[in-house]
Ligand binder design. Structure first.
Ligand code: SAM
Length: 257
């Protein structure tokens, strides 16, 4: 088994269906990964399996008590585990982290609810991840995002070539893609894509990746290592997009690769 994942939640049904469908489901059927979902209430306290309580100091909402979460971690953690807490204050989840997690043998994901978990749990996890600067009602959707992004990177999960050019894999957004029909809503497709010239297609795609990233996510370009060809294409894009060479890119970022 390449990767094992244990997911702890108060709402197992919420995560079961997305994990069983489509590519995540097929990856598990192929034996490339196993995802097990655990109900945190199994470690709840007392006859009512209680998991939450009011915040010390007062205030709105309920807080997940530390004991049930700690008990879940004690039951699930192994020497080779990476325990992840989903939390808005966590590390922003990015593709590089997904690639890193895809190489690990065992992930345990903890999905808090309510106003979050007692802070003393943070010292019991290896990593805190946030999927963005907004607040969800619980960690389940965030955990699904992380698991989905990781599963598709497992060797054999999807065609390796599909991963090579896609957004963020090389620090760039993906180039524009087209399929039939050749004319749609008055718009054709770029001539180069039907030219049969594979070299020209490759170079056009690289240039469009750079252009799209330059226009939409220029912060991704800063600090990136550039090949000579990429640096040349970046210069072309800069000239075309910002006459006079004005650019927010740091000087010297081009040509360092
Ligand atoms: N009171 C918390 C705060 O202000 O940071 C928000 C709690 S939120 C309503 C409940 C849970 O949803 C969080 O503890 C976390 O597990 C999950 N969650 C919400 N937004 C998230 C995000 N952007 N990334 C990861 N997890 C998130």
């Amino acid at each position: 088994m390449a990767l094992e994942i244990d997911l702890v939640t108060l709402f197992p049904a919420m995560v079961a269906a997305p994990l069983a469908a489509s590519i995540p489901g097929r990856i598990q059927e192929q034996g490339l990964a196993a995802v097990r979902v655990h109900d945190l209430r199994a470690w709840g306290l007392g006859r009512h399996r209680s998991v939450d309580d009011a915040p010390y100091g007062g205030g709105a909402g309920m807080i997940l008590r530390p004991e049930p979460v700690a008990a879940a971690l004690a039951a699930l953690r192994r020497p080779d585990s990476t325990v992840i807490l989903l939390d808005p204050a966590g590390e922003p989840f990015r593709q590089a982290r997904a690639e890193d997690l895809a190489t690990r043998p065992h992930l345990v994901l903890v999905c808090p609810r309510y106003e979050g978990v007692d802070d003393r749990i943070r010292g019991m996890v290896d990593l805190e991840l946030s999927i963005g600067d907004y607040v969800l009602t619980g960690g389940e959707l965030a955990a699904l995002v992380v698991v989905d992004a990781v599963l598709r990177l497992l060797p054999g999960a999807i065609e390796a070539a599909s991963l090579e050019d896609e957004s963020f894999a090389r620090g760039l957004l993906e180039y524009p893609q087209y399929t039939r029909p050749a004319m749609f809503a008055g718009q054709g497709v770029p001539d180069v894509l039907v030219s049969g010239d594979h070299g020209a297609v490759r170079r056009w795609r690289l240039r469009e990746s750079i252009r799209r990233t330059f226009e939409r996510r220029p912060e991704l370009l800063a600090g990136r290592a550039w090949t000579a060809e990429e640096a040349q294409l970046l210069d072309e894009v800069r000239l075309a997009e910002a006459p006079g060479g004005a650019s927010e890119l740091p000087e010297g970022s081009a040509g360092s690769g």
